[in-house]
Design a protein. Structure first.
Length: 423
């Protein structure tokens, strides 16, 4: 949402939602949209009446833009300390051990720099453990959005280390137990049923008792709330355990060749993502399904194809995905969605050796170099400049392509063209 507003200041103060692939459902909401009662994951067709009634603006997701803006933001935040863990596209942890000076003022300067250089508003939380830092970040954002719940000086940048023991307890008491990092909806309901309604109630429990009654995970959360670091920082983050590319079609698809085009594109995208994290996949899962919302015959099936050896090459992954598709396809159905998932991922640098009883084809010998060239050409000249032949003619005229009804403009993200925002 903030990324879209960088390039469209006219959206400030208006209810805005970002829609998922093929404009299926809301995956991001502005505060104004949340105030209208719009929940995450609500289908777009249910939100249509709000366009005329409340001026709701719907935008299609621009994941390339969001990823680029995220990279710029993370590169700036990395200068805060010696070690950084990128937790998600819009959040990271930074180790401030050994950093001198006033950390709260340092946080305010970093927030202003992010706003001016990247144009994205942010909340910064500082605490002695990862759980307390997450809680501080929650307080920093909530204080600005819900005045009166927490002390006003904790807005935007919250440093729990600056609070007295009494003030820290008051902050924990004002935080619902379900808002603590690591406490999900079901667990939060269980804790509240036991009379534990706030983060302070949870922090006052005996960790050993918590481990016996609930789990070691909740025990770590309790220890972290008490100020004992129990969850380490993962330097550089970690690669994804699975990579999925799934899409709902712009219109029902019945023919196998059209499904093959879609699955080829999805497998190619997944392979590109896999190579970005320098990984290799041992298995490829392909699935297709009809729409559960249409009054028609229903069909849903998935197939997992193992690769002869773990690979990140586009050709190998596309061949496995198409083999899975042909094994699951059944004529006579109107398919609404397909997807490709890469499973059993591992580091690409780890190669499985084998005896050379079978002749190695030129395609196998040069597959890695070919995939690298494919990536570089598409990065330089634009996506789908070069693609696998089974993807069809390319472009947006494919029968299965996504709808373009709410497609937002594609913005450049060159540093020199970014507008300057002020706090």
């Amino acid at each position: 949402m903030s990324c879209e507003r960088v390039f469209r200041p006219d959206l400030n103060g208006r209810p805005v939602v970002v829609l998922s692939n093929n404009d299926g459902c809301a995956i991001s909401r502005s505060n104004e949209a949340k105030a209208l009662g719009i929940r995450m994951g609500v289908p777009w067709y249910q939100l249509r009446p709000l366009v005329q009634r409340h001026g709701l603006v719907a935008l299609s997701a621009n994941f390339a833009l969001y990823g680029d803006m995220s990279d710029r933001m993370m590169s700036l935040l990395a200068t805060l300390g010696a070690q950084q863990e990128v937790y998600s596209i819009d959040e990271c942890f930074v180790d401030l051990a050994g950093v001198g000076g006033d950390l709260t003022q340092r946080g305010h300067r970093m927030r202003e720099q992010l706003l001016q250089w990247v144009g994205i508003p942010s909340g910064i939380g500082i605490g002695p453990t990862k759980t307390l830092a997450k809680l501080a970040n929650h307080i920093a954002k909530t204080t600005a959005q819900q005045p009166g719940r927490y002390p006003a000086q904790l807005a935007q940048v919250c440093n729990l280390g600056d609070l007295s023991p009494g003030a820290l307890q008051a902050v924990l008491a004002a935080t619902r137990v379900g808002e603590v990092w690591g406490v999900g909806r079901r667990l939060g309901a269980q804790l509240e049923a036991c009379g534990l309604h706030s983060a302070l109630d949870l922090a006052q429990l005996d960790p050993t008792t918590v481990r016996r009654r609930w789990s070691v995970v909740l025990e770590r959360t309790v220890r972290e709330l008490q100020g004992t670091a129990s969850i380490g920082l993962e330097e550089g983050g970690h690669g994804k355990r699975q990579i999925a590319v799934t899409r709902s079609f712009g219109q029902p698809v019945t023919a196998l060749p059209e499904l093959e085009e879609a699955v080829t594109v999805f497998a190619s995208r997944a392979a590109e993502k896999l190579r970005r994290q320098h990984g290799a996949a041992a298995q490829v899962m392909t699935y297709i399904r009809t729409s559960p919302f249409r009054q028609a015959s229903q069909y849903s099936r998935a197939s997992v194809m193992p690769l002869p050896r773990p690979s990140g090459e586009t050709g190998a992954i596309v061949r496995a995905a198409l083999a899975g598709l042909r094994a699951t396809y059944r004529p006579g159905f109107s398919y609404a969605k397909a997807g490709v998932l890469l499973l059993d991922l591992q580091a690409g640098a780890v190669q499985q050796g084998e005896l050379g009883f079978e002749a190695c084809t030129p395609e196998q010998r040069h597959g890695a170099r070919l995939s690298d060239v494919l990536d570089r050409l598409n990065q330089r000249y634009g996506q789908d400049t070069v693609f696998v032949a089974s993807a069809g003619l390319g472009g947006t005229q494919r029968v299965w392509s996504m709808k373009q009804e709410h497609r937002s403009p594609r913005y450049t993200t060159c540093w020199d063209e970014l507008p300057v925002a002020h706090a």
